[in-house]
Design a binder for this molecule. Structure first.
Ligand code: SF4
Length: 430
């Protein structure tokens, strides 16, 4: 069971909204200012640029740069709301689509208006999310035609080139880059692929033009978990410390964390004093990624958590690139041996070599995440790694690696409440 609790000073204006356990109706959304004509597409793009909004899918790329690139690419662009979150510790995107589909669709329609797209897709693997989006499209048809494309839930299915391939009728597997989707995407057309939280924040910037997006771009949805307390879906302003997040999630005595889903690597206890801020976290050698943070509770060993992470990645490798198949499997086997005290004396040396030589050599980031996780374990916990060569610590001895432990369930969402505001369905766009 995943709990929901906002850490925003003014929770009602954030993404979690006033009732995060129910699906918001079109009527309630419109009454609160959604879908309103507040800014022209060009003005909205300027506001997004000014706000510094970064993408919330993992890479943290400036949203305005992506929008502007597709807008200026010419041709007949396509926009995609990417709701496929492959990280096992993340549940925020599926919650967003289930609970606030209109916020995402509003953002998608605005992204279409900015880029000039006349074709839009919602890409999703979660059947419950797909159902809520379909119902929302029936309640309030957007100006741009929107098609829902469903996919299998895998680690790589949300990678941008995998999204393009799936929408074009192929398998949801990454391809090598270039070309990138903004150059040549769906049907060979310039394509904006935006994470659903990014689109929701674009809709909020449009709904509150007087704020100029500063507050909206400086808060984020987070999925927090640990091995000792129940997961928490939350929204927090930048500046909140990681320790404050650990306390909110129920792990106040955390001794470290696995950051960003599986992309930010491990951090130690000292780093829990860092503030939630992408620039600061990057400077400290980690990242927020998709906003999934797994804290290490008392007695939880970083070696075991690293082995869990790469065990999951090795199982999820799309097995297209030989270097990824061999690399993730070697790292996974070596980390599992280290965690259980069976590793050879040269295991740290091998892990160090792989962590520096493998990044960037696969078609997608899965191999980088495996190598980065191993590298962070060696860098942040060197004495623990050495001690594991003599035998497992008590935590690892009692609990061998199992990547399935990292999975966080989506919070339970009820349907639209009968007390929600209802409005007549508008006519579809001609
Ligand atoms: S790097 Fe791995 S997961 Fe990514 S495309 Fe290649 S084989 Fe698949």
């Amino acid at each position: 069971m995943t709990a929901i609790q906002s850490l925003m000073p003014d929770a009602e204006t954030g993404l979690l909204g006033t009732d995060p356990s129910a699906t918001e109706s079109a009527g309630t959304y419109v009454t609160a200012g959604g879908y309103a004509d507040t800014l022209t597409p060009g003005e909205l793009l300027d506001r997004i640029c000014e706000s510094g909004l970064r993408g919330r899918g993992g890479a943290g790329f400036p949203a305005a740069v992506k929008l502007r690139t597709v807008r200026e690419a010419g041709g007949s662009p396509v926009v995609v709301a990417n709701g496929e979150e492959g990280e096992p510790g993340s549940a925020k995107d599926r919650w967003l689509l289930r609970a606030r589909p209109h916020l995402v669709l509003d953002g998608l329609a605005r992204a279409a208006a900015i880029t000039g797209a006349r074709t839009a897709y919602v890409y999703v693997s979660d059947p419950a999310a797909a159902e809520r989006v379909k119902a929302a499209l029936g309640e309030w048809p957007p100006d741009v035609p929107v098609e829902i494309v469903e996919t299998a839930h895998t680690y790589v299915a949300g990678e941008e080139t995998a999204v393009v391939r799936r929408i074009d009728g192929g398998p949801a597997l990454p391809t090598s880059k270039p070309p990138r989707p903004y150059q040549e995407g769906v049907g060979g057309r310039p394509t904006l692929i935006a994470n659903v939280e990014t689109l929701a924040r674009i809709a909020l910037i449009a709904a509150r033009p007087e704020e100029r997006g500063h507050r909206t771009s400086r808060s984020t949805l987070l999925t927090l978990s640990s091995g000792t307390a129940q997961p928490l879906l939350t929204e927090a302003p930048y500046g909140t410390t990681l320790r404050e997040l650990a306390t909110a999630q129920g792990t106040p005595d955390a001794c470290g964390a696995l950051m960003g889903g599986l992309f930010g690597g491990l951090i130690g206890a000292d780093s829990l004093n860092l503030p939630l801020d992408p620039t600061t976290l990057t400077a400290a050698g980690t990242s927020l990624g998709c906003g999934a943070i797994r804290f290490l509770g008392p007695g939880e060993c970083p070696a075991s958590v690293a082995a869990d992470a790469v065990d999951h990645l090795a199982a999820q490798s799309a097995r297209q690139c030989g270097i990824c198949v061999a690399g993730t499997s070697s790292i996974s086997t070596t980390l599992a041996a280290l965690a259980t005290g069976r590793a050879d004396g040269d295991a740290p040396e091998k892990l160090l070599r792989w962590s520096s030589s493998l990044p960037g050599r696969g078609a997608c980031g899965l191999l980088d995440a495996s190598a980065g996780t191993a590298g962070s374990l060696l860098r942040i916990f060197p004495s623990l790694v050495r001690s594991h060569l003599d035998g497992p610590c008590p935590g690892c001895a009692s609990s061998p690696p199992d990547g399935r432990r990292l999975t966080v369930p989506v919070p339970k969402i009820t349907g639209i409440r009968s007390s929600e505001t209802r409005i007549p369905r508008p006519s579809p766009a001609p």
